[in-house]
Design a protein around this ligand. Sequence first.
Ligand SMILES: Cc1cc2nc3c(=O)[nH]c(=O)nc-3n(C[C@H](O)[C@H](O)[C@H](O)COP(=O)(O)OP(=O)(O)OC[C@H]3O[C@@H](n4cnc5c(N)ncnc54)[C@H](O)[C@@H]3O)c2cc1C
Length: 435
Amino acid sequence: MLKTNCDPHADFDVVVIGGGPAGATAGTILAQHGRKTLVVERAAFPRFHIGESLMPETYWVFERLGMLEKLRRSTFVRKLSVQFVSASGRESAPFYFDERDPRECSQTWQVLRSEFDRMMLENAAEHGAVVWQPCNVVDVIEQAPPLGSGRLPAITGVVVQKEDGSTVRVGARVVVDATGTNGMLSRRFDLRQADPALRKASVFAHYKGAWRDPNPRDTGATLVMQIENQAGWFWYIPLPDDIVSIGIVGDIDYLIKNRGKPEQILAEEIARCPFLRPRLEKAERVSPVHVLSDFSYNSKACAGDGWVLVGDAFTFLDPMYSSGVFFALKSAELAADAIHEALAAGDASAARLGVWGDPFYAGVQAIRKLVYAFYTPDFSFGKFTRMHPEFKDALVRLLIGDVLKRDVDGIFEPMSESVRIPAEIRLSPPPDASG
Ligand SMILES: Cc1cc2nc3c(=O)[nH]c(=O)nc-3n(C[C@H](O)[C@H](O)[C@H](O)COP(=O)(O)OP(=O)(O)OC[C@H]3O[C@@H](n4cnc5c(N)ncnc54)[C@H](O)[C@@H]3O)c2cc1C
């Protein structure tokens, strides 16, 4: 747990609400820029959080954050590939990330989030961000927009509730919402829109003593396994201390409506997955069974006057490709640079703070298309790359998270022959663009 030390007279360049991966990244980079930054996290760490498998492209953000050496020294499991297994047990060849680039950046880690999030937030403090934890942001300080401007309110600070229940108002030139799925500002301003075609739920837990691939190259691989009736898929993520994270994702109506307790659902679904069952024969469950639902959404805008949304507070996509932490880190990195430049220019307007939104969101859209491909009956990446070997490299680039350059988009034309790719969900113009 980091220091609470709330100073009621302190005002900051930037206040970041939430100290998860997105908040810690924004806090670190803003502090590196020399900005007086406060990160407020309401939970005492360590605490459980889902989101354990990283994408290799997180590497470059970790490098910037000064996290690489800490990750190398950690006990987190090295992840070199991802492999898909069909309902009939047919295994795709593993997609090894280092096939196209043998450098360390093609590997990544399977992390215990309780430990990873603590390391990230401590790293932000080491770089000079002030961290208040556990402290809850209970409100933001709004400034009404000019009448008839069509703009959303500006934000000029936050109200923080300390552990003893007292509250303190803290002024900021910019407020970053990194509150995860809580989405404090997107809910306040009604910006969140769910993806109606991805109404999924997930049931998950940690197991000890489950099967590990003896081949060192495969032992840290993420396995993605379809269940018998194709109504869902399991992740299999090897973690430190002989723990494996197991979780199923399926339609809400199938997975959690009119079903029994979470423990019962998980046991029934494991029994339906012929590839998973034998791997758990000698394992015991060592965590509660968690349930989450309706987690795919975006926000109509990523910024307003004096405020920015990052990480899950901005957008989240089905966990199929383990893209959540990467998008949290990347959005926070881009937003932190935009905030620094906006403050330098003395202009914390929505247009200036949200300048990174469209190019970033194009990358989210690319992964979203892959998610739709995965959920298309009879579509398989193995089949696709056998028919279109010229796109295997683009597919691996997407799987590692190399999604912000638009030269990978050629893959979606042949894919659209068998996959109904939905219309793009676009970001609204920044609220002041029309005002
Ligand atoms: C079923 C499932 C499986 C997933 N699997 C993966 C995976 O394998 N790999 C992957 O990369 N991603 C995965 N994700 C996504 C991943 O969990 C998130 O994308 C990631 O945690 C986002 O980071 P964040 O910092 O935006 O939010 P969070 O990690 O949720 O952090 C937000 C923080 O804000 C704090 N907070 C909230 N409100 C307040 C407040 N008012 N005041 C102060 N603090 C506040 C919270 O306590 C929390 O610590 C998965 C998601 C789901 C639903």
